[in-house]
Design a protein around this ligand. Structure first.
Ligand code: HEM
Length: 372
């Protein structure tokens, strides 16, 4: 290697080291972030099933893939907990009306009586919406699904001479719900994710459990939209913004101290940070779409002003930073200096507000779906 090219390589080395250092710090920060859904256990995958919907149409479990769903087991003739469970499910349906990825599935544990027509009337009576399916079928597969597929209790029993006889799967079972038969079933609501995995059980008769179930459903629904592997990107982006702000400040200090080579390295590293940020930001938002802050009142207004100025100036920074760089690299220094005095404060504003927006949106006032 000639002396000149060795010198050039040595000139780039600090820049490469800084950029690598920033990338490593950003990745380390990202590794600390776990999606909110990570605290919901993965209990088991619901086995595939095929039943009949209240419309009379065949309903297959694969129709639910990609949706988050809440399932329960009831029967329309129940004088016990079923009406309460259905009222709670109805309330959940209202609470989650804005989240189209969440669906509701009610399966009858008295399928001989609960024909599609009966279920259709029942659904109409409770005012169920189009995302709530009522399913019926054969006793045996439904009971097996309930017990082995959802890990819930269900039994049909008969008391005889003081003894309880389980007739759940008896082949000569008389028509269900005859006076001497009692259907016992769990009152749990089962939360299932977009891949068909059970992620939680919530008491369907307990009004205080609804808020937790709603939050968990929103968190899983977000997972269906934003792959959990990308959940760390907002933190990575904030780190890149923070590093850009730091490098820009140090670069300014360097030029004031008449250290143009240091200034050049730091400014180019700041530029690299912002380019990495842009790539990461666009990737995340391609999946996540818009994320709305949960704050209200003055905080919300202040946030929106911050966001609007941040976005507008971020767009302006792209041509400004490029022009500033080009002028410097072409040694057009007086014009570089002139434009740089505008570019630098705006770029600093965009980088710092990027961090502030991240803290407000993801930590101080996270919208539903970001936190359990
Ligand atoms: C886009 C990133 C850059 C920004 C924001 C930036 C910012 C600035 C600012 C604000 C000044 C004026 C400082 C003062 O008021 O005294 C300045 C001057 C200077 N910059 Fe940059 N700079 C950048 C990139 C570069 C690069 C890549 C180089 C080297 C190739 C460079 C070389 C210089 C030099 C030599 C001066 C002194 C010019 C003079 O005194 O006439 N800058 N820069």
């Amino acid at each position: 290697m000639s002396d000149a090219s060795a010198g050039r390589a040595a000139g780039w080395r600090p820049l490469v080291m800084i950029v690598l250092g920033v990338a490593i710090v950003a990745l380390l920060v990202g590794r600390q972030v776990r999606p909110a859904s990570a605290s919901l256990p993965e209990v088991m995958t619901v086995p595939a099933f095929a039943l009949t919907e209240q419309s009379g149409q065949r309903f297959e479990s694969r129709q639910l893939l990609g949706s988050v769903w809440i399932a329960d087991f009831v029967f329309t003739n129940c004088a016990g907990p079923c009406p309460i469970m259905t009222a709670r499910m109805n309330e959940l349906e209202d609470r989650l009306a804005d989240d189209e990825r969440v669906r509701f599935v009610t399966i009858s544990v008295d399928p001989q009586r609960d024909t599609p027509e009966v279920l259709r009337d029942y659904a109409a009576r409770v005012g169920a919406g189009p995302r709530w399916s009522f399913l019926t079928g054969e006793v045996e597969p439904i009971y097996r699904l309930c017990r082995e597929g959802f890990l819930l209790t269900v039994a049909r029993q008969r008391a005889e001479s003081g003894k309880v006889i389980d007739e759940t799967l008896a082949s000569d079972l008389p028509a269900a719900s005859q006076p001497q038969h009692e259907i016992l079933h769990s009152t749990m609501f089962v939360l299932v994710d977009h891949a068909g995995v059970i992620r939680g059980y919530f008491d369907g008769t307990d009004v205080t459990a609804l808020a937790g179930l709603e939050r968990a459903a929103r968190v899983l629904s977000r997972d269906a939209r934003v792959p959990p592997a990308l959940a760390a990107l907002p933190a990575v982006n904030a780190t890149l913004n923070g590093c850009a702000a730091l490098l820009l400040s140090l670069g300014y200090v360097a030029i004031r101290a008449r250290r143009p080579r240091v200034h050049r390295t730091l400014m180019l590293a700041a530029f690299a940070c912002s380019v990495m940020f842009l790539g990461s930001y666009l990737t995340y938002h391609a999946f996540a779409g818009e994320t709305r802050i949960a704050a209200t009142g003055a905080v919300r207004i202040a946030y929106l002003v911050l966001l609007a100025t941040h976005v507008l100036l971020a767009a302006a920074i792209v041509p400004l930073a490029l022009l500033t760089l080009v002028r410097a690299l072409r040694a057009d220094l007086s014009r570089h200096r002139r434009i740089a005095r505008l570019t630098l404060p705006l770029w600093l504003y965009v980088s710092v507000t990027g961090v502030v927006i991240y803290v407000l949106l993801y930590h101080a006032y996270p919208p539903p779906g970001l936190r359990l």
